[in-house]
Design a protein around this ligand. Structure first.
Ligand code: ZN
Length: 129
C-alpha cells in the first residue's frame, strides 16, 4: 500500500461521516468531501485507487504535515481547486487563513477514533497523530 493511500484510508477512518459499507464484496468507507459534502468512497484496505484525494488542511507548500489532524478526504475537483486558488498565497494571507480555520474546525467536528476492528486493516497509524 502506498503511503498516500494509507494516509487517505486513515483520514477517512477518523472522519465520522465515513461509514463502512460492503460494496461488490469489498469493505468501503463511504462519506463526505470535507469541502462540498459530495459522496466519496475509500476502500478500507486501499487495494485499489480511489476517486477521493488526500487533502492537506495546511497545504504541504506551507509546511503542512501528514499528521492526521492536518489530513482530510476531498474530491479531486475541490482539492485541486483549493490548490490553484490558495497555494501560491503567503502563509499569513487572510483568505488562506480563513479556509484553514474552516477546514480545521470541520475536521474536529467530524473526528472519531476508528473502531478497533478496522485498525488491523488500515495499516500502521501515521506518525505524529
Ligand atoms: Zn468536494
Amino acid at each position: 500500500m502506498s503511503r498516500t493511500r494509507r494516509l487517505l484510508a486513515w483520514a477517512a477512518a477518523t472522519d465520522a461521516t465515513f461509514a463502512l459499507e460492503r460494496i461488490d464484496g469489498r469493505d468501503v468507507l463511504v462519506g463526505k468531501c470535507i469541502h462540498c459534502g459530495r459522496k466519496l468512497a475509500v476502500e478500507l484496505d486501499v487495494s485499489r485507487p480511489s476517486a477521493a484525494t488526500l487533502e492537506h488542511i495546511v497545504p504541504r507548500h506551507h509546511e503542512g504535515t501528514d499528521a492526521l489532524e492536518n489530513l482530510a478526504v476531498a474530491c479531486a475537483r475541490c482539492n485541486s481547486g483549493k490548490g490553484v486558488r490558495l497555494d501560491a498565497r503567503r502563509r499569513d494571507d487572510p483568505t488562506l487563513e480563513a479556509v484553514i480555520q474552516t477546514l480545521r474546525s470541520r475536521r474536529r467536528e467530524r473526528w472519531r477514533e476508528p473502531p478497533e476492528a478496522w485498525q488491523g486493516r488500515l495499516g500502521k497509524r501515521p506518525e505524529g497523530s
